[in-house]
Design a protein around this ligand. Structure first.
Ligand code: NAD
Length: 511
């Protein structure tokens, strides 16, 4: 695959994107294409909701009606779970030769690559992410995740324990059965792949429930899996409201494990649903309020400023690991704030399907209004924070920087999940650690320092599942992602994630 560079919003870096996929005229052709009526896929068949109920899908780009989405009821979810169970019991997937399963997943990844631009544009029309980010973070990332776990299929197997010579004790990894996967709207393809790929690699069947805010590209993803030869019923997708379809999946007595990415509010409900029904396993990837700590000894404050701005404002701050709390050492505070304000003010907010855009639209009008409301009583906004481009009908705001924030302020404590950066001063390393750890969430953190020993001390002291030093936001399928504290449990990505999708069985054999 050839690559070309598009000059990034952040000047010194280049965003590498697929050559063939990223010509503006090709994007523009796709932006006007009618979206075929979306259908759920249950037992390999494309279906509407049994009740024929639908939800309006509104594009955040211009507020237009994009499609009508099947609004699944409990009955539809029950059908999907039953299809997944049937597929699991017949062994059409779980018992297929590992090499054959691997080939189907690799073929699926190839189909995703072949349709990358189509998938990316469909997703952007649905959720408003800037296309320069979406192409990489969505189809390309999902295809790579599927390849990674496909390759694991014939490389992960059981163990023989070193017991007494009169017995043979085997430790076996078996699929769990039916996995329910509930995912959010910010990266529907990437996050779906983080769940589906390891679940399928281990031989499970899956029922996917994407967000009602952004389901369209996920539906196409599942269609492509069937084109690649995935047997019917192994991967099903239901769409609709979280409180109806999501809840039905979480309360199903026939779902063995539930994997979730989304808000802490819904994560708590899922634990309750599991406790009140079949005690299904529940793995939660929840929100963050991630600190980005900049020490006065940082060598390259320019690079730090670029990373802080990118770390909070890409995808309009609608990123779980967004570095939403900047902590700056007193001595460099004013100069550093000046730098980040300057970088932020150069960022182009607008049509997410334009290659020139650096920050796209907010996912929905309700979410935009929530973010704007969080800024209403705040006095010290030094950049942005206002709704713009209302004449387009779309949902845009300028990224906001808020200074003089104390650790107790609501804006510092609550996940806003929008383009809002709070700035707080610190005096010493101890003070920085205390402030960084002073929230209930612990997903990610960033540290900028030129002292190696300080970097190690910070990695150890920060209570977060991911810590970045002199960089921010790196991602690779080999590296797990998961939260500390109320940011969740369990991990997505890497071979560690496979543990969520297997039962461990031990077998004793008398010799
Ligand atoms: P959300 O919790 O509102 O919704 C997530 C999913 O849950 C959607 O599919 C929704 O339909 C479903 N849902 C809603 N109510 C439900 C219920 N009562 N029962 C069952 N399912 C229900 O989250 P969102 O607004 O879509 O996404 C934003 C959140 O996701 C943020 O908190 C963000 O930090 C988090 N997130 C976390 C990660 C991570 O890896 N930790 C990644 C991306 C997003």
């Amino acid at each position: 695959m050839r690559h070309c560079g598009i000059h990034s919003p952040l000047g010194h870096r280049f965003i590498h994107v697929m050559d063939g996929g990223m010509r503006q005229n090709e994007i523009d052709d796709l932006r006007v294409r009618l979206v075929s009526p979306p259908k759920m896929i249950i037992g390999g068949a494309s279906v509407n909701a049994v009740s024929e109920a639908v939800l309006d899908v509104v594009s955040p780009i211009d507020g237009s009606l994009l499609a009508k989405l099947p609004d699944a009821s409990e009955a539809d979810v029950a059908d999907a779970v039953a299809a997944a169970r049937r597929a699991f019991e017949t062994g059409s997937w779980a018992k297929m030769a590992p090499a054959a399963r691997k080939k189907i997943l690799l073929d699926w990844a190839q189909l995703i690559d072949d349709h990358a631009l189509e998938l990316a544009v469909l997703g952007v029309r649905d959720n408003g992410t800037e296309i320069s980010m979406a192409i990489k973070a969505e189809p390309m990332s999902a295809a790579n995740t599927i390849r990674y776990y496909a390759e694991a299929i014939d490389k992960i197997y059981g163990e023989v324990a070193p017991t007494d010579a009169s017995t043979l004790a085997m430790i076996l990894k078996e699929p769990i059965g039916v996995v329910g996967a509930i995912v959010p709207w910010n990266f529907p393809l990437m996050i779906s792949a983080w769940k589906i790929a390891p679940a399928l690699a281990m031989g499970n069947s899956v029922v996917l429930k994407p967000s009602e805010i952004a389901s369209l590209s996920a539906l196409r993803l599942v269609e492509l899996a069937h084109e690649a030869g995935l047997p019917d019923g192994v991967l099903n997708v239901v769409t609709g409201q979280g409180a109806v379809a999501g809840q039905a999946l979480a309360r199903s007595m026939d779902v063995d494990s539930l994997v979730f990415t989304g808000s802490g509010r819904v994560g708590r409900l899922l634990l309750e649903h599991a406790a009140q029904t079949n005690l299904k396993r529940v793995y939660l990837e929840l929100g963050g309020k991630s600190p980005h700590v900049v020490f006065e000894d940082t060598d390259d404050l320019e690079a730090a400023a670029q990373a802080v701005v990118a770390g909070i404002f890409r995808n309009s701050g609608q990123v779980c690991i967004a570095g939403s709390r900047l902590l700056v050492q007193n001595s460099i505070h004013d100069a550093f704030v000046e730098k980040i304000v300057a970088v932020t003010q150069t960022m182009r907010v607008g049509d997410p399907l334009s290659l020139a855009t650096q920050i796209g639209a907010m996912s929905s009008e309700a979410h935009l209004n929530r973010v704007l409301q969080s800024l209403e009583s705040v006095k010290s906004i030094v950049a942005g924070g206002d709704r713009i481009l209302t004449e387009t009908g779309g949902y845009y705001m300028r990224p906001a920087i808020v200074t003089n924030m104390g650790p107790e302020d609501r804006l510092v404590q609550d996940e806003v999940f929008g383009p809002v950066l709070t700035v707080t001063r610190f005096t010493s390393e101890k003070n920085a650690i205390d402030l960084a750890n002073a929230t209930e969430l612990g997903l990610s953190a960033g540290v900028w320092t030129s002292q190696l020993s300080r970097a190690h001390r910070m990695v150890s002291a920060l209570r977060a599942g991911v810590v970045h030093v002199n960089t921010y936001g790196g991602a690779d399928n080999t590296v797990p992602l998961g939260g500390y504290k109320q940011s969740g449990n369990g991990q997505d990505k890497s071979l560690h994630a496979l543990d969520k999708y297997v039962n461990t069985k031990t077998a004793w054999i008398k010799l």
